[in-house]
Design a binder for this molecule. Structure first.
Ligand code: HEM
Length: 142
């Protein structure tokens, strides 16, 4: 399970960072063809799947369910807002949605760090319990 945790964490960190860079490039007008945003949205699928993978590991290691529910809700709001924000609140207030989108995106990455950390602690606790378990003496009767 430790390996799966590491894979999801690396994926979320790498994909999240690339998404942030692509989004900012598009925001500054450096993406007239909108190809970067298409890539950004495609990577979004990988990000959401990785977040769900982390939630699955969280369920299996029994970490705080509240945190997992919050992360699941967040993982749905993020793509829904991203996909619909170009159609809603057009005009001078559009930046509010854009800032919200960035904050929710960075928030998802932060949550994944928190959940990942808790899963790691739980796995270490489990491993140390197994280590400390007293060795049962087996009487060999002849
Ligand atoms: C499933 C996830 C995501 C989807 C579907 C998505 C989709 C989008 C779309 C369609 C845009 C262009 C919106 C417009 O032109 O009005 C956009 C912009 C942007 N995204 Fe995302 N996004 C996602 C996740 C993220 C994440 C995780 C981050 C950062 C860590 C992020 C950062 C940005 C930034 C900086 C912009 C440019 C500013 C803005 O329009 O808000 N996005 N995103």
């Amino acid at each position: 399970m430790k390996k799966a945790l590491l894979i999801f964490q690396i994926l979320i960190r790498a994909v999240g960072t690339v998404m942030l860079i692509l989004g900012l490039l598009s925001w500054t007008g450096l993406d007239p063809t909108l190809n970067l945003i298409k890539l950004h949205m495609l990577l979004g699928i990988l990000l959401v799947i990785s977040l769900w993978g982390l939630i699955f590991l969280g369920l299996r290691t029994h970490i705080s369910p509240g945190l997992l529910v919050l992360m699941f809700g967040w993982s749905l709001v993020l793509p829904i807002l991203g996909m619909s924000q170009s159609q809603i609140l057009q005009g001078s207030a559009h930046w509010v949605l854009q800032v919200m989108h960035i904050l929710i995106g960075i928030g998802a990455l932060g949550q994944s760090e928190m959940v990942g950390g808790r899963i790691k602690t739980r796995l270490e606790e489990e491993a140390s319990k197994v280590h400390k378990r007293p060795v049962r003496k087996v009487r060999v009767s002849d």
